[in-house]
Design a binder for this molecule. Structure first.
Ligand code: GAR
Length: 205
């Protein structure tokens, strides 16, 4: 399948996907990287791997509808069949969500439905977990639907929260899980090995 990756920052998850593709564990073609921030390091990772980059900040559009139309045009132009959000911090317009239903994945650095939703992304999630005093955290890989951090869950993995954890140290351990598991979800979608029944994702991952 032709896969678009969306990223806003460092793109270490994007790199982990590229590495798995190179080692032939992951069977997708990376059609394009879409970044809302042209200075995101993810753009350099794409260029050094010969993957086209499109810079598309939603703030450049007066209306969500015109942003969605541009996004749809780009996804069509690159013949994108599935989408992997890899540290992408912007909302995906509902038109695009509908078009790629159960073919668009997101990673959330926490155990949904806790510590998710608007404003809870990246380091904010780890800070909220520590402030709450939770004893476990982890990663949730899920399909994207019209609500923030809400679509059907594909993979969840857990880490213990340690007494001396900081948002940074917790982020690092969760990121290791993200790198270890995201490609598996992408591969399962690409190989059409999973189906969605209600909220339940069924099949071999
Ligand atoms: C990752 O921890 C990812 O789970 C999180 O941003 C980080 C990006 O790291 N994503 C979200 O919070 C999405 N709401 P990366 O740029 O190194 O892959």
């Amino acid at each position: 399948m032709r896969c678009a990756v969306f990223a806003s920052g460092s793109g270490s998850n994007f790199q982990a996907l590229i590495d798995r593709q190179k080692s032939a564990d992951l069977h997708v073609d990376f059609a394009v990287l879409i970044a809302n921030n042209s200075r995101a390091f993810a753009c350099q990772r794409a260029r050094s791997n010969g993957i086209p980059v499109e810079h598309l900040p939603p703030t450049h559009f007066a209306h969500e509808r015109s942003y969605a139309a541009k996004l749809a045009e780009l996804l069509g132009r690159y013949r994108v069949e599935m989408i992997a959000l890899a540290g992408y911090m912007k909302k995906i317009p509902p038109q695009i969500v509908g078009e790629y239903r159960h073919r668009m994945l997101n990673i959330h650095p926490g155990l949904l439905p806790a510590f998710g939703g608007r404003g809870l992304y990246g380091k904010h999630v780890h800070r909220a977990v520590l402030d709450y005093g939770a004893k476990i955290s982890g990663v949730t890989i899920h399909f994207v639907d019209e609500e923030y951090d809400h679509g059907p869950v594909v993979i969840q993995k857990v880490v213990d929260v340690l007494d001396d954890d900081t948002p940074q140290s917790l982020a690092e351990r969760v990121l290791e899980l993200e790198h270890a598991y995201y490609w598996r979800a992408v591969e399962a979608v690409a190989q059409q090995r999973i189906t969605v029944k209600g909220r339940r994702v069924i099949g071999q991952i």
